[in-house]
Ligand binder design. Structure first.
Ligand SMILES: [Zn+2]
Ligand SMILES: [Zn+2]
Length: 367
């Protein structure tokens, strides 16, 4: 094993520098992950252009790899050994609070980087903190005792497994949070990797109707949406989506509207609210919009809408996502469109944010 570890470090807005670190000593209850695939998502695009903290960070929070080194206690407690392939959630839980006991590591204060300056989260924790290797845009990542790990099912390729985070979000948001299931009428806004994962989970769960919206730059992604099971796609720049959804649903509207547009402002919220059925629909929102003056609260209440907030994934949704990815029921190779080496980290993040045909981008440090 090399004595040095190379990592791509975000040192400022849109700036990546490559640094060498000493191979860390692994405590008895810790391990070291050799990164095979670090998936890149819209959050990376956002935080690469506007870093939430000034400290340098090794990004990469959707990580698949092989346990390269593991302490005895780690192996015993986690049932894992060197050579095992795992998905490491980016949450690092305390394993004591009510959220952790429920598998909701996403809600644990120990991994809440916004509220807790000492919180640890892969891809977010500054590299200044020992032992430095806190992100997947690197050859190796450090796994403390309280990492949240999932063994990969046999036969699942690392690249496809790299889609586990958006797929787990799809299961969490659509199925667990919004109750999508048999005969649901579903609107998915935004045909990126997140929206397409919602299409897959909605289809698998038995949704009766799936409508996906996008813009002109999404032409290819909307085609993929159809291949994955969307019944209708709408280019909101060419058609009035409210009218079109009314037409498709015979004026009844949809049961659930999911916003997966990542940064399209207030428009998707307003469209989702309009598109929902007369009473009792469910609206999934993201936290992209800090303030929303003139938010139509009266309409929300009048339509008796339930609002759910997109907030990552729990343990179970990750397990189910890995099974889904390994099932061969959907042409998921249509999603894994791009792969980049570590030295191309900047280009890889830009590819996700760019207008083009990139859907899921894999950073493969050893490519
Ligand atoms: Zn992500
Ligand atoms: Zn906890």
């Amino acid at each position: 094993m090399a004595e040095k570890v190379v990592a791509a470090v975000r040192t400022g807005p849109e700036r990546t520098e490559f640094r060498e670190f000493d191979m860390p000593d692994i405590p008895d209850d810790g391990a070291l992950l050799k990164i095979e695939v670090a998936g890149i998502c819209g959050t990376d695009v956002k935080f690469y252009s506007k870093p939430p903290i000034d400290d340098p960070v090794i990004m990469g929070h959707e990580n698949i790899g092989i346990i390269a080194k593991a302490g005895k206690t780690f192996q015993k407690r986690r049932g894992l050994k060197e050579g095992d392939r795992v998905f490491a959630e980016h949450y690092v839980g305390c394993y004591n609070c009510e959220h952790c006991h429920r598998g909701d590591y996403r809600l644990c204060l120990a991994t809440d980087w916004r509220k807790n300056p000492d919180g640890i989260r892969f891809g977010y924790t500054p590299m200044t903190r020992a032992p430095h290797l806190w992100g997947g845009f690197a050859q190796y990542m450090y796994l403390p005792w309280n990492s949240v790990l999932h063994s990969l099912p046999d036969g699942l390729s690392p690249e496809l497994a790299g889609v586990v985070t958006p797929m787990a979000n799809g299961i969490q948001w659509a199925l667990f949070d919004c109750g999508v299931g048999y005969q649901t009428k579903l609107l998915v806004q935004g045909p990126g990797q997140q929206g397409l994962s919602q299409v897959v989970t909605g289809k698998q769960a038995g949704a009766e109707l799936i409508i996906v919206t996008g813009t002109s730059k999404d032409a290819k992604r909307l085609e993929v949406a159809k291949k994955l099971g969307a019944d209708f796609t709408i280019n909101v720049e060419e058609e009035d989506p409210v009218e079109r959804i009314a037409e498709i649903t015979g004026g009844e509207g949809v049961d659930v509207a999911l916003d997966c547009t990542a940064g399209a402002g207030t428009a998707p919220l307003l469209l989702g609210l309009e598109a929902l059925k007369r009473k009792g629909g469910t609206l999934l929102v993201q936290q992209e919009v800090a303030e929303f003056p003139n938010f139509p609260l009266a309409k929300l209440c009048n339509k008796y809408v339930t609002v759910k907030c997109a907030r990552g994934h729990n343990y179970q949704s990750c397990e189910q996502a890995l099974q889904q990815l390994n099932s061969d029921r959907f042409p998921l190779d249509l999603i894994t469109t791009h792969r980049f080496g570590l030295e191309q980290t900047h280009d890889a993040i830009k590819a996700v944010g760019g207008s083009g045909d990139a859907i899921h981008v894999s950073l493969m440090p050893w490519l």
